[in-house]
Design a protein around this ligand. Structure first.
Ligand code: ADP
Ligand code: MG
Length: 696
């Protein structure tokens, strides 16, 4: 793309070129992420204030914002410095006071000269029985009354910025909106009766009532669509680039897979079979694979992943599987080892802990093709790690990576097929936002015979009872996870709570029965604690949320989660997924610190009612909003300024279809709609997309 269209220059000018914005305000805005006039356009008002003129304040329910014409009466300056400056005023029917603190008398006498008429607007309240308006928002001569908007938009403010500044500056940008061509599908625009882009912005910034700032007004919906469409065009461009990149054709003959499937102690579920077929189908195709395997905890992703890796080995190549942590990488190794033995392939582990001669030997074996499948942490992507013939890279539990990181990975240009596995069930609109560039396989069917986990809510006040029951369960040979919460951001506080619980349980249950694992431990201690629990030496494992992802100890059938009310539902669901894997009836105790509010109780009850991760995620989204769902900053979920994924749920799917269709029809974005879409990408700040077009 040659560069930014000239028509857009005014929207990319310096902020202080706008009315009412000087260098200082511009800097304050820039620090809050509003760097250009364009950014102001997308900062839409979230509420309205009704400033329609009344004749009097008499008879109104106070406090409330009112706008009336008054005759200015006597000024009463304060008696001391901290006192209030009062101005008596009269509207058509009654008298009240305008009140100012720390104001200069000469200024007020100029603003509100005695004997003149003024239109004032602000919050009127009763104080000691006297109606008063403290610091009116507006006080203007009659001839300027038109400057007070009848329905005033209310913007989110950064410290140091006033509503007036926002109002004036946004009007300034609206005045310089360029003519743009329509990028949306004309049939869609007609069907939804959407205003054109510029008109929609005008309407969104000049709401005529509360409905106009809600998510369902035509103008807001249109602007939300534009934002999502731009995002999906970016993802679709990345997808098109990846599909154009020549992939390797990896077509195994099935001999290793057949052996492993025959040796498995279970039959694959229908969903697992379908996922394997989709993945190996992609691997055999000449395009590079970019696929997401989504499946709730316990859905059986490991077997699917291993069969895909075997397809790579059958074709004479290698595969790699990457986990986010050392513990998980080791777990994968252990989980895969029996299947690798059945298949007769060589499986090895590589993590940051491999050092010296052992590491050198592994790396040499890998480069010579003597290792078929490598499991590890991100250490497997270190510079000096070379594969003989890598065909498939599997990234497990990667919800910690964001969209942009994944796009970067793709940009490295290796033709390797990529499969991403995630156990985080997310509602469709979020999945499309985060993974819209990928093809998706879903394991929507659990292996048969799983016993539901019995889930109960218990107050921390009943801790002694819980521990007594735990002791009985341990005597029956059962094992238990005991999760302590991330009480605060601070690791120290977090750790203290786990440590304290560990000591108390050890004191009651006995030395050697209780283990402890947390994020701050040296890796070797962590491993030792996990290993002791896995081997059944310790019966209770006190942990911070480090056990959240992927840990597999089938004999553990009790999960206690303290302060469950401060966890996200999806996270609780993940944690609960750690039990219910063996033959025994499993239990999950959600302990809360009373009092538990109505909403808090309802959230936790969802977990009691269902083990369907998608339903839980949907409820979480409804109750918390998209921003919070996966823990904002680390979620990798793109932030939208206008769109509300929760309340405008259907728009994302439409935007994705439209984006893929547009690129299928016009891959270079050269046609009229393609050109218009380029403008949209500039307007929405999809710089990545712009780069993708220019290299394409
Ligand atoms: P995930 O990684 O999706 O959370 P796993 O792959 O760890 O799930 O599988 C969970 C458990 O279910 C493992 O013990 C695995 O052996 C078992 N399992 C996997 N597929 C099946 C199946 N089709 N039938 C019965 N058990 C299965
Ligand atoms: Mg797993």
């Amino acid at each position: 793309m040659s560069g930014r269209p000239e028509a857009l220059f005014p929207l990319f000018a310096a902020l202080d070129s706008l009315p009412g914005i000087g260098p200082k305000t511009a800097k304050t805005l820039a620090d809050s992420g509003v760097e250009l006039p364009r950014d102001l356009l997308l900062s839409l008002p979230y509420a309205v204030v009704d400033r329609r003129r009344r004749t009097t304040i008499r008879g109104e329910d106070l406090p409330r914002i009112l706008t009336v014409t008054v005759t200015v009466g006597a000024h009463r300056p304060p008696r001391n410095r901290s006192g209030a400056y009062r101005i008596h005023v009269t509207d058509a029917e009654t008298e009240f006071q305008l009140v100012f603190f720390h104001a200069r008398g000469d200024y007020l006498r100029r603003l509100l000269p005695e004997g003149t008429q003024r239109v004032v607007s602000g919050k009127v309240e009763l104080f000691d029985g006297i109606a008063q308006m403290v610091h009116p928002d507006h006080a203007v001569p009659l001839e300027d009354a038109g400057d007070i908007p009848e329905i005033e938009p209310v913007y989110h403010l950064t410290a140091g910025i006033t509503q007036k500044t926002m109002f004036k500056a946004t009007r300034g940008v609206l005045d310089r909106l360029p003519e743009v061509a329509e990028w949306a599908d004309p049939a869609l625009v007609a069907r939804e009766a959407w205003p054109a882009w510029a008109a929609a912005l005008g309407l969104a910034h000049a709401p005529r009532g509360a409905d106009d700032v809600g998510p369902h007004s035509a103008a807001r919906t249109r602007l939300a669509y534009d934002e999502l469409f731009a995002h999906q065009v970016t993802l679709a461009l990345a997808r098109a680039r990846d599909r154009k990149a020549r992939g390797i054709v990896t077509q195994g003959d099935g001999r290793l897979r057949d052996r492993v499937i025959a040796a498995l102690p279970f039959a694959l579920t229908g969903a697992q079979g379908r996922a394997v077929a989709e993945i190996t189908g992609d691997m055999a195709a000449p395009q590079r694979m970019n696929r997401l395997l989504q499946g709730d905890v316990g859905a059986g992703k490991t077997a699917v992943a291993f069969l895909a890796l075997l397809a790579a080995v059958e074709a004479g190549g290698q595969g790699v599987m990457m986990a986010p942590t050392e513990i998980l990488a080791r777990q994968h190794l252990e989980g895969l080892q029996p299947m690798a033995a059945d298949a007769g392939v060589r499986l090895e582990l590589l993590t940051g802990r491999d050092k010296g001669r052992d590491r050198d030997a592994k790396i040499a074996d890998l480069a010579a093709g003597r290792i078929d499948i490598l499991v590890g942490t991100h250490a497997v992507f270190q510079k000096d790690v070379d594969f003989h013939d890598l065909r498939l890279a599997i990234i497990d539990e990667q919800h910690r990576f964001g969209v942009s990181q994944r796009l970067e990975l793709g940009a490295k240009g290796q033709a390797v097929d990529v499969l991403v596995m995630t156990a985080t069930p997310i509602p469709r609109s979020l999945a499309l936002a985060q993974y819209g560039d990928m093809d998706v396989s879903i394991l929507d069917e659990k292996p048969p015979g799983r016993k539901p986990v019995r889930t109960a809510l218990i107050s921390t006040e009943r801790m002694d009872e819980v521990i007594a029951r735990l002791r009985a369960a341990i005597d029956e040979g059962r094992q238990c996870y005991w999760v302590c919460p991330l009480v605060e951001e601070s690791e120290r506080v977090d750790l203290a709570s786990a440590d304290e619980r560990f000591k108390r349980l050890r004191a009651i249950l006995g030395e050697g029965v209780v283990g402890l694992v947390h994020g701050q431990m040296p890796p070797s201690e962590k491993d030792a604690a996990m290993a002791a629990f896995q081997a059944g030496e310790t019966k209770v494992l006190v942990a911070t949320t480090v056990i959240e992802v992927g840990v597999n100890v089938p004999n553990a059938s009790i999960m206690v989660i303290e302060r469950a009310e401060i966890f996200g539902l999806a996270q609780l669901h993940q944690l609960r997924g750690r039990v219910g894997r063996g033959a025994a009836q499993s239990t999950c105790l959600l302990m809360y610190q009373p009092p538990l509010g109505e909403t808090g109780r309802r959230r936790l009850e969802v977990l009691r009612e269902t083990e369907d991760g998608f339903r839980i995620a949907q409820t979480d989204l409804e109750m918390r909003g998209a921003g919070d769902l996966i823990g904002t900053a680390q979620s990798g979920l793109p932030r939208f300024r206008v769109a509300d994924l929760e309340r405008q749920a259907g728009l994302m799917a439409t935007a994705q279809q439209d984006a893929r269709k547009l690129l299928a029809d016009d891959p270079g974005l050269d046609g009229p709609r393609g050109q218009a879409t380029r403008v949209l990408l500039w307007l929405t700040g999809q710089d990545r997309a712009i780069r993708l077009i220019s290299v394409g």
